[in-house]
Design a protein around this ligand. Structure first.
Ligand code: HEC
Ligand code: HEC
Ligand code: HEC
Ligand code: HEC
Ligand code: HEC
Ligand code: HEC
Length: 429
């Protein structure tokens, strides 16, 4: 009897170890996201930054489908792709292959990721592209219609792991209950053979208490382990609060940046004129829309229906050609929103820093519904300030500071961090 009990508890321990390994594999997996060439982490980055323009199949979105890309780019592919993803504009200047794909893709530029992705993240994406999962090709084909796929994908993996954990826990619970009743009936049979009274009818709770009292070390380990899981998940959850890249609310008028900034090449600044002047880029007023839409009524029924909403809002009567109806303000849903205690100024970045809108907002000219591209966390701001060299020639106002800095750090590239871009007071009121 003693022997079979030992065997059973051995089995139990073995199962528990399997569960432990599964869980800790998951934790190291999550923690390993930053190490070089992790294809899982690369998959997430791909969905967030690349899937708006690339599929992992053969179909073209904005850029070519990336199936088998590692075999067609100049070798060694890891080196070439790293340079290309980091700064394709620089590679284009000298590299014949780059010039060829640029021409083949209608001279549409890819986003420069220098400053957005770290070197390690770029290696992760390359590792992912060297070995992409097969089913991706159809899934990401839909990414160009709104970029919704970017947000959806990352959640899959998390829920998959949670499912595995739940199943393991459930299986262990059932096993415990089964073993308990087996032990009880065995004990009963043994007692009967020996001619003593059947074992006391203890409840599950009493049994558990007894086990805890007699297995102090194991109980402590289990408790410690549960606390650790709680902390790890709690930590990740807390970091994720209010961080919403990919957020794309629906809008009262189905305005498409792809149609305006993409197909019709209207400059961002034409509508968001505040971006060069001051803190807020601003959303254009209906007057700006009407500059064009008095004339442009839409070439298909779907466009016509949406453009009529502008007329309704502006109080424009297209039949009379006059603003003779009552107006109804359009309430756009705000996509980007920093907390009030953080100060962000567009002109500092767009005019002085000479940064492209796309650097922070992604390939807006391909969005059919507007979406948040960057995480907008403090780490995101600060990382870019550490990595981005400032334009020394940009602004007379800064010449003195720039010269002083160059004297202080001879031979070093001066980044925004050296200019005081890490000082709390620059970004916090
Ligand atoms: C704004 C759209 C856009 C985004 C975003 C984008 N790309 Fe590209 N990519 C292109 C275009 C367009 C080309 C073709 C070359 C050209 O026209 O400059 C290209 C070419 C490439 C190539 C070479 C393809 C070949 O056939 O040799 C690779 C590799 C690549 N991109 C990887 C990436 C990765 C990785 C990301 C995400 C980190 C990314 N791209 C994000 C548009 C984009
Ligand atoms: C024809 C006018 C027009 C042009 C051109 C245009 N936009 Fe917009 N943009 C809008 C309107 C209207 C909204 C509000 C509706 C929405 O969010 O889709 C908006 C919203 C945005 C937002 C999100 C605002 C928020 O709520 O946080 C960003 C970011 C943005 N535009 C960037 C750009 C960039 C970058 C370009 C150039 C590639 C550009 N826009 C070109 C009209 C325009
Ligand atoms: C510089 C000219 C211009 C301005 C300014 C402009 N549009 Fe447009 N808009 C166009 C053109 C061109 C089309 C494409 C019409 C077509 O193909 O039938 C279009 C199409 C549309 C459509 C239908 C396609 C889609 O995006 O779903 C909507 C809705 C629309 N515009 C809303 C707006 C709003 C709202 C504003 C103001 C924030 C605005 N437009 C400002 C030129 C402009
Ligand atoms: C350095 C990164 C960065 C660059 C470059 C940048 N933006 Fe922004 N943009 C932001 C941030 C951060 C917010 C959120 C601001 C807030 O909530 O106060 C934002 C918000 C916006 C909004 C929402 C309305 C507003 O101003 O709060 C629009 C529209 C917009 N940006 C358009 C543009 C356009 C157009 C360009 C290029 C001319 C551009 N942005 C360049 C980071 C950037
Ligand atoms: C894509 C890179 C990038 C991102 C992202 C970015 N910045 Fe900047 N920022 C710059 C550069 C470059 C400058 C320096 C412009 C110059 O002086 O040449 C700058 C300057 C500034 C300054 C002025 C500092 C000074 O010395 O006066 C402030 C404040 C600032 N950024 C705040 C923010 C905040 C807040 C965020 C995040 C919401 C942010 N930045 C995100 C690149 C970035
Ligand atoms: C380059 C701009 C920038 C600098 C420099 C900066 N912050 Fe922040 N900080 C931000 C932004 C933007 C947020 C809002 C982030 C969010 O909503 O996730 C933030 C958020 C915070 C928060 C709230 C917690 C959080 O992460 O949301 C605290 C606390 C904070 N900052 C403290 C500091 C301190 C202390 C310093 C100086 C060592 C500092 N910050 C320097 C931009 C900056």
């Amino acid at each position: 009897m003693n022997n079979s009990c030992k065997k059973l508890s051995g089995l139990f321990v073995a199962l528990f170890t399997i569960a432990l390994t599964l869980i800790s594999a998951d934790i190291t997996h999550a923690a390993g996201a930053g190490t070089a060439g992790n294809p899982d982490a690369g998959g997430k980055i791909f969905k967030q930054y690349c899937a708006v323009c690339h599929s992992t199949g053969t179909n073209k979105i904005v850029g070519p489908g990336l199936e088998g890309v590692t075999t067609r780019v100049p070798q060694p592919y890891a080196e070439w792709m790293h340079k290309w993803i980091k700064n394709n504009a620089a590679v284009l200047k000298t590299d014949a292959y780059a010039q060829k794909i640029f021409a083949d893709n209608g001279k549409v530029s890819m986003t420069v990721f220098d400053g957005t992705l770290t070197d390690a993240q770029i290696d992760d994406v390359i590792a992912f592209l060297a070995n992409p999962p097969k089913e991706e090709s159809t899934a990401s084909a839909g990414a160009n219609t709104g970029g919704a796929a970017a947000a959806a994908g990352t959640e899959d993996e998390g829920s998959h792991i949670t499912m595995v954990l739940l199943i393991v826990v459930l299986a262990l619970l059932i096993l415990t209950l089964v073993l308990r009743s087996v032990r009880k009936s065995l004990q009963g049979a043994v007692n009967k053979m020996k001619g003593i009274a059947p074992p006391a009818d203890r409840t599950l709770w009493q049994d558990t208490k007894y086990w805890v009292r007699t297995h102090k070390l194991a109980t402590a380990c289990i408790n410690l382990f549960l606390v650790a899981i709680f902390l790890v998940y709690g930590w990740e959850y807390l970091w994720g609060i209010d961080v919403t890249p990919g957020y794309h609310p629906s809008q009262p008028i189905n305005f498409s940046h792809q149609v305006h900034a993409g197909t019709n090449s209207i400059a961002c600044i034409y509508c968001h004129s505040g971006a060069e002047k001051g803190k807020v880029a601003g959303i254009p007023t209906l007057n700006v829309c009407m500059n064009c839409h008095k004339g442009i009524q839409g070439s298909n029924p779907e466009y016509k229906k949406e453009i009529e909403k502008i007329y309704y809002a502006a109080g424009w009567d297209p039949a009379k050609g006059a603003y003779s109806n009552p107006s109804h303000p359009v309430i756009w849903n705000r996509v980007h929103s920093l907390p009030d205690f953080a100060y962000f100024n567009h002109s500092q970045h767009v005019v002085v820093g000479k940064l492209q809108c796309q650097k922070c907002h992604g390939p807006v000219e391909t969005y059919t519904t507007d979406q948040q591209f960057a995480p907008l966390t403090m780490g995101w701001c600060v990382n870019c300030h550490r990595e981005t060299p400032v334009h020394m020639d940009s602004n007379g106002y800064y010449t003195k500071i720039h010269q002083a800095l160059m004297a202080k750090y001879p031979g070093k590239t001066i980044t925004e961090a050296d200019m005081g871009g890490l000082e709390c007071g620059k970004c916090h009121y």
